[in-house]
Every structure is written in C-alpha cells, then in structure tokens.
Design a protein around this ligand. Structure first.
Ligand SMILES: *[C@@H]1O[C@H](CO)[C@@H](O)[C@H](O)[C@H]1NC(C)=O
Ligand SMILES: *[C@@H]1O[C@H](CO)[C@@H](O)[C@H](O)[C@H]1NC(C)=O
Ligand SMILES: *[C@@H]1O[C@H](CO)[C@@H](O)[C@H](O)[C@H]1NC(C)=O
Ligand SMILES: *[C@@H]1O[C@H](CO)[C@@H](O)[C@H](O)[C@H]1NC(C)=O
Ligand SMILES: *[C@@H]1O[C@H](CO)[C@@H](O)[C@H](O)[C@H]1NC(C)=O
Length: 235
C-alpha cells in the first residue's frame, strides 16, 4: 500500500543518546520477613508532559493489611538531599515537580503496613521516561475510491507542543482469509494523512501513537481502535 504524506521531515539531529530507555530498578526491600502480604511496591515513572510533569505509580495495595506510602526522590549524585514525591489520589501515585534535564534521579517508595515497611528504589532520567498520552479523537473516513484519510488531535496533556513537537506512528490491521495483516507507518509529523489502495468492502482497524519528535522516551500507548469499512464503489 502506498502512503502519501503531506510532509516528510528527516530528523538528522538526535541531540541526546541514551542507553536503555527504561527506568532501572535498583533493589528492593529493606524490609522484614516476607510472611506478610503487602508487597514491595514496584515503581513505574513516566513523563506525559515533558518537561514539567512526571508521575510515578505502583500497584494498588491489597485491602489488608492497611498500607500507606512514603515517596521521596533525590538526585543520584546527591542522595543526602531528599525531596517528597507528592502523593495524589488514588494514593498509589505521586507527582514530581519540575525535574532537571539530563540528571539521574532515584525514587524511593516505601510501603508502611502493620508496623513494618518495605521500600522499592528505581532510577531514571527524565529523558528516558518520556511517554506522551495517546493521540485523541482519531478519525478515519473514505476520501476517494479506495483512499482513506486518517486524522487525529495531539494529546491535550502534552502542554509544550511548540517547543517539543511530536511525531506519530500509525498502525492498521485487517483480516485476510483468516490471517491478521498489520501495517506500521511513520514517523509522521502531520496529524492527517491520506492512505491509498485499500480493498473495497474490507474493514480496517486504525490506531495512532505519539512520540516526542527527537525520539526521547517511548511512543504513547496506542489510541483506542477506530474501525472503518472501505465502501464498495458502484460501477
Ligand atoms: C515547566 O518547566 C520549566 C523549566 O523546567 C519552567 O520554566 C516552567 O515554568 C514550567 N512550567 C510549568 C507550567 O510548570
Ligand atoms: C548537593 O545538594 C546541596 C544542597 O542543594 C548542594 O549544596 C551541594 O552542592 C550538592 N552537591 C553536589 C555534589 O551536587
Ligand atoms: C527509603 O525511604 C524510607 C522511608 O523514608 C527510608 O526509611 C529508607 O532508608 C529509604 N531507603 C533508601 C535506600 O534510601
Ligand atoms: C498504557 O497501557 C498500559 C497497559 O495497558 C496501562 O497500564 C496504562 O495505564 C496506559 N497508559 C495510558 C497513559 O493510557
Ligand atoms: C473492528 O472490527 C473487527 C472486525 O470487523 C472487530 O473484530 C473489532 O472488534 C472491531 N473493533 C472495534 C474497536 O470496533
């Protein structure tokens, strides 16, 4: 299938190069015998509003024993200075304020329950954990014989679009004689694309993800799927 993109830009500069991409889990537990059920919280941090808002979350605690959390963070090279990661509802999330760029951080989430505690440490650099929210309002409609237009809106939580533009990937799939076919397209910098040569009468399922233009972090989750059936044209 041929794709016609309004504008294809080539990004030649990758300003920063990171090893890995995933927050690294350092170690668990300064706890206790593990007889109890409250688990050491495995912490996951991501930044959906680069560079300002970073959230961390960990699994919802069990009903029992009653558990509360203390979340602190520090710069890796200066661990004597710790700050609070502010807990937000539901209380297995916390929010980090403006973090410094290109700085290694360590977050320490401690579950406190039944007079015991257990901690989980994770380290990350802001640039590695960038992950926008998915594109919104994905629309697919037929354009011309066998052509489809795919349009979407940027994730509204990505507040600094002017300074940090996004790029997008499209995935579409359909069934052909019982086999699932999948096509991945991108990166695209527009929020609209015309795609050609679809098979009349077939149903295609479209999804879009968003990524920081220079490639920081990861693509968002896929947007929820939009189905479109290509019209069968009259002779
Ligand atoms: C976002 O972060 C930048 C630099 O870290 C800061 O100058 C700016 O005020 C922040 N904006 C908001 C809305 O917090
Ligand atoms: C650690 O943080 C303190 C307080 O902010 C600062 O005075 C000190 O210079 C920092 N040390 C390093 C190695 O950055
Ligand atoms: C993690 O935080 C807990 C609670 O504030 C503290 O007791 C523990 O020493 C910290 N662990 C590390 C390795 O900093
Ligand atoms: C992305 O998908 C994962 C796994 O399905 C889910 O846990 C997470 O909440 C999703 N994130 C967003 C921003 O939708
Ligand atoms: C899209 O269509 C396929 C096949 O017709 C169906 O299996 C799938 O559930 C539909 N998905 C949505 C999101 O409507």
């Amino acid at each position: 299938m041929a794709a016609v993109f309004g504008r294809v830009s080539v990004i030649v500069t990758l300003l920063v190069c990171f090893h890995g991409g995933q927050a690294q889990h350092l170690l668990t537990g300064d706890a206790t015998s593990d007889l109890d059920s409250a688990p050491t919280p495995a912490v996951h941090c991501w930044c959906a509003t680069y560079p300002n808002v970073t959230l961390c979350s960990w699994p919802e605690p069990p009903q029992s024993p009653p558990t509360h959390y203390v979340a602190t963070y520090s710069e890796r090279h200066n661990q004597s200075v710790t700050k609070q990661c502010h807990l937000i509802p539901p209380l297995w999330y916390c929010r980090l304020p403006n973090l410094k760029l290109l700085t290694d951080y360590i977050i320490n989430v401690t579950a406190v329950y039944s007079g015991k505690s257990s901690s989980h440490l994770a380290s990350f650099m802001l640039e590695e954990i960038v992950k926008p929210d998915p594109p919104e309002d994905v629309r697919v409609y037929s354009h011309d014989i066998r052509d489809l237009v795919v349009e979407w809106s940027t994730p509204s939580t990505w507040a600094n679009l002017d300074i940090f533009p996004l790029k997008y990937h499209i995935k579409y799939q359909w069934e052909n004689r019982g086999t699932l076919k999948i096509v991945n397209l991108g990166p695209l910098e527009n929020t609209r694309v015309v795609l050609k040569q679809f098979i009349p009468g077939k149903t295609y399922l479209f999804q879009v993800c968003a990524m920081e233009l220079l490639g920081l972090g990861k693509c968002s989750n896929w947007s929820s799927a939009v189905n479109v059936t290509v019209p069968v044209m009259k002779p």
